[in-house]
Design a protein around this ligand. Structure first.
Ligand code: NAD
Length: 484
């Protein structure tokens, strides 16, 4: 089956229900495992962004007037089509992003499940009725759509993030303009094909492809965008907030992380090592809530380091399109590879001990890095403070749970944290004291769609998923009804 919509080429923006030409320039997309050029895709200008936002603005009032259950029906119909094409879609994702095929399949299925889950909220978008101070009056709080939502995406779970933005936005009556990441735009064109073949009214879902500077910036600063829902780095999130401030548009920012994993002396060490290992190699360590640093209590430090180093050393990695039986693919691009290599070199100069890995992998082509464990790390090292986004695990030894929590909290990030202990009292004390949006006990990521994924400090503003994530896409209107 072709992932190209009939009568179009594969790489066109999708605006007002049609695939359109004339974006401006183009961007080359690489397969990070081989460095082969996969496609040349539109780099859309500000004029194209204007067209997409205008289409979304025109479509919004009629869309919001539809019963929510009808809006939900459109989401379900698209989700059903995605489920019929899991394998082709997974291959598209793997080829341009580099994750292993089984994980790409999980991503496609999870995307469809997420759309169904958000569709289920259609009959549960609730307002409130509050007693008035006046005789013969009722006060109603009604939830309304915001209007046009811009969804600006990163590359690490590019397909799922389309749904994480568009599904809550659409079910609550907003229309969307999605900007895919310039690293991974192809899967978004494939998503748009299924939208094009569905009965979704024109203008409700629009897709523009391009770079942050040429396409993202005009979208974030557009005066007709009511909310910018962004997932990506802290640096870009800051720029997006500045751009949105010009119009006082709302922002929902899901940014970077530096997730601490705390391993206490009474923990099940096999479980802790396996969970932290899985979290560090999944998507080649490029997940916002991956364990990014470990604090292990000194009595069990050597035993823990032995276990996790053995797992890291045994990792099967390489080109995920050439071999199904891998645990890890490449990093997404050369910039990411260079950054990881430089961070490890700096840590090693600063006194960290490389237990395993520590170098760019010799695979001929592609952006591959050796799974790496660093021991003897200290909290002043860059590797313990900045997001690595690669298969590198720095470990620091601590005396107590209290010391681990203090070090974990001393961070500009506040997205995810995890704790390994079998003592319930300790678990509750640590949860009480950790200043993080998410805490996992005796397991690592991923988050559940019915939870609430949100970061503190520079990890973001607002959150995604569940009831609270859904309501981020609504405005409240208060109605005072005098009825005598
Ligand atoms: P990035 O910030 O480089 O880019 C993200 C998107 O922003 C891209 O589409 C890019 O084109 C766009 N962009 C860049 N400059 C822009 C500008 N000035 N105006 C508007 N848009 C602009 O991030 P990335 O490298 O794609 O993704 C990796 C980062 O995302 C990591 O820091 C990771 O932790 C974070 N992330 C967070 C979550 C979360 O839920 N908190 C989830 C996934 C990824």
């Amino acid at each position: 089956m072709s992932l190209v919509h009939e009568g179009t080429n594969q790489y066109q923006n999708f605006i007002d229900g049609r695939f359109t030409d004339g974006a401006g320039g183009t961007i080359d997309v690489l397969n990070p495992a081989t460095e082969e050029v996969l496609a040349s895709v539109p780099n859309s200008s500000a004029a194209i962004v204007d067209e997409a936002v205008e289409a979304a603005r025109r479509a919004q009032p009629a869309w919001e007037k539809l019963p929510a259950i009808e809006r939900a029906g459109h989401l379900r119909a698209i989700a059903a089509r995605l489920r019929e094409h899991v394998e082709e879609l997974a291959q598209v994702i793997t080829r341009e992003q580099g994750k292993i095929l089984p994980l790409a399949r999980v991503e496609v299925n999870f995307t469809a499940d997420y759309m169904d889950y958000m569709a289920e909220w259609a009959r549960r978008i609730e307002g409130e009725i509050i007693p008035s101070d006046q005789t013969g009056e009722s006060i109603f709080l009604m939830r309304k759509a915001i209007g046009v939502v811009a969804g600006i995406l990163p590359w690490n779970f590019p397909f799922f993030l389309i749904a994480r933005k568009m599904a809550p936005a659409l079910v609550t009556g907003n229309t969307v303009v999605i900007k895919s990441s310039e690293e991974t735009p192809i899967n978004a064109f494939a998503f748009a094909k299924f939208v094009a073949e569905s009965d979704l009214p024109a203008g409700v879902f629009n897709l523009v492809s391009g770079t942050g500077a040429d396409t993202g910036a005009p979208l974030a600063s557009h005066s007709d965008v009511g909310m910018v829902s962004f997932t990506g780095s802290v640096a870009t999130g800051t720029r997006i907030m500045e751009a949105a401030a010009k119009n006082l548009s709302r922002v929902n920012l899901e940014l970077g992380g530096k997730a601490p994993a705390i391993v206490l002396a009474d923990a099940d060490l096999d479980l802790a090592a396996k969970a932290i290992y899985d979290s560090r190699v999944i998507n080649t360590g490029q997940v916002c809530n991956c364990a990014e640093r470990v604090y292990v209590q000194k009595d069990v430090a050597d035993a823990f380091i032995d276990r996790i180093s053995a797992l890291m050393r045994g990792t099967r990695y390489g080109d995920p399109m050439a071999d199904e039986d891998l645990q890890m693919g490449p990093l997404v691009n050369e910039v990411g590879l260079t950054k990881v290599a430089e961070m490890v070199n700096t840590a090693s100069r600063e006194g960290a001990e490389v237990i395993t890995g520590g170098a760019i992998a010799d695979r001929g082509r592609g952006f591959h890095y050796e799974p790496t464990v660093l021991a003897n790390c200290t909290s002043d090292m860059e590797i313990m403070r900045k997001e690595i986004f690669g298969p590198v695990l720095p470990i620091q030894t601590v005396d107590s749970a209290e010391e681990a929590v203090a070090l974990a909290n001393d961070s500009e990030y506040g997205l995810t944290s995890s704790l390994y202990t079998n003592d319930l009292n300790t678990a509750f004390r640590v949860v009480r004291d950790l200043q993080y949006g998410e805490t996992y006990i005796n397991r690592e990521n991923f988050e559940a769609m019915q939870g609430f994924h949100a970061g503190r400090r520079k990890s973001g503003i607002g959150g995604a998923d569940g009831k609270h994530g859904l309501y981020e896409y609504t405005e409240t209107q208060v109605v005072y009804l005098k009825h005598g």
